[in-house]
Design a protein around this ligand. Sequence first.
Ligand code: ADP
Length: 306
Amino acid sequence: MAPVIDARGLVKRFGGRTVVDGLTIRVEQGQICGFLGPNGSGKTTTIRMLCGLLTPDAGSGTCLGLDIVRDARAIKRQVGYMTQRFSLYEDLSIEENLDFVARLYALPRRREQVAQALDRLGLRGRKDQLAGTLSGGWKQRLALAACILHEPKLLLLDEPTAGVDPKARREFWDEIHGLAAAGMTVLVSTHYMDEAERCHRIAYIAYGRLLAEGTIAEVVERSGLVTWKAEGRGVDEAARALQGRPGVEMVAPFGATLHASGTDAAALEAAIAPWREGRGLSWERIEPTLEDVFIHLMAEARNDAA
Ligand code: ADP
C-alpha cells in the first residue's frame, strides 16, 4: 500500500531564509508518527506544506495519494489539521462550534455527525458550555472533535497537548490511538518525551533537516550514543566536573542521578573513571533515553550549522 504521506526534498524559504531544507518524510497508513524537534525547526511549516496550505519552493510529494502542489484543495478536504493555537470561537458553545465546522464542510448528515462527535469525545455533558470557559484539556478535546468531524483519513496535529495537564494528555493520546486503530494516519508534533514514546515511529528535525527517523529503538540504536548513569550523593558535583571533558558530549542531572553520554565509548569511560571509585556514586551503563538522543542530535546539528 502506498504511504499516506510521501514527500521528498521539501524546501521552504521565507524572505531568503531556508526554514525547511530538503526534508523527506513518509508515513504509512494507520501509523502515528511523532514529529519532534526544537522550536523553529520547521515542523509547522512542513505540516502546512503537506496539507496544501503552503506551496513548497522545491521538492514534491503526495498526501493521501494526491499531489501536494496540484491537488492542494482536494487534500484539505481529507485532512484534519489541528493548529497549535486554539482556533475555534470562544464565544460559541461546544455544540455551536461543532455545528459551525460541520456547515463549513457542508456535511450531509450534519446533526447526526455533531451528535456523534459530542458522544465520541465525551463532550455531551458540556455541549452548551462556551468554548472560552473550557480548561486547556477540554479545549483540546473540542478541537480534536472539530477536526475529525468530516471523517478525514489523515490527522495533522501541531503540538496538540502543549500546556495540557498529564491526565488530559493521556486521555487525548488514548483517543489518538483509538483513531489509528480504526485506520487513521496521524502526524503529531510534540515536545513531550512520553508522547514520543507512544508513537509508532518518530521523525526528528532541526534547522529544517531530518536528523533521525524510525522506531524509537532504531533512532536510539542509530545515534551511536553510549550513556552512563550515576546514582548517589554528589551527582551534581560530578555533573559539573564532567561538563565539557573530552568524550563527554553531554551530562545532565536527573534528580538523584546523572546521565553522561558520548559517541566515543572509550573516551567517555576515561572521563568518568576518576568518579567511579571512592566517590560514593554507583555507575552503570544504560540504554540512552530518547531525550539523551535528541539533545545529542541537536548538539550535532548546531555544530554542523556553525
Ligand atoms: P516549528 O513548528 O518547528 O516551531 P516553524 O515551522 O513554525 O517551526 O518555523 C520555522 C521558522 O520559520 C521559524 O524561524 C519561523 O519564525 C519561520 N516562519 C514560519 N512561518 C513564517 C512565515 N509565514 N513568514 C516568515 N517566517 C516564518
